[in-house]
Design a protein around this ligand. Sequence first.
Ligand code: HEM
Length: 191
Amino acid sequence: MTATAPTRLFHFVAGNTGPWRIEDARWICGDPLPAATHISVLPDTAGFQASAAAWSLRGITSNERYVTRAEKSALLARQQGLGRAQATRAALIPIRKNAAWWALTQDERRQIIEDQSRHIAIGLEYLPAIARRLHHCRDLGGSEPFDFITWFEYAPEHGSAFDELVAALRASVEWQYVEREADFRLIRNME
Ligand code: HEM
């Protein structure tokens, strides 16, 4: 018998209840999303119904596009998974890049992401404090409002390091191609 593969599709559902309370919602660029107080992250198998949500986004985990073998090995050696007990803070940062970005070729995009912007090298400096999961939206259909849903978890004492990381990335050439971005900072509800 074949084991069922874990789902790669995740829903990010905002409303007035959920395990993550929105501490801060920032609209970095582009249209904002409707107001909400809580966010739930639901694997597709949870049978989510969109009707009760203030808004919901979805994205799918995928293979890497840009990392070299050396970078992948460095990431695997340092990164930790989601769900750590001490990681009671999270950030949900949905991002859409512009048409100019998507008109580039794969090698041109890699050049911008790493050679010009050092996204991976900078990110590596923040492991293992920050745990992350990248979700892609473009291949789910034509009407997704963002291209990526990024999710990060960390302990409260690493909040300022996370701010520093985000500021470094937003100052990079790669971010000149970002046309819509929201930034939700979250606190996990304690049972
Ligand atoms: C915690 C440290 C971080 C590390 C180690 C890291 C690492 C990476 C890596 C390796 C990729 C490329 C994956 C591939 O090869 O396809 C990537 C992509 C991406 N990361 Fe980060 N990252 C970090 C933080 C962030 C932050 C804070 C943001 C948002 C503010 C972000 C947004 C993105 C986006 C949107 C992509 C997709 C880019 C694209 O495919 O065009 N990352 N990241």
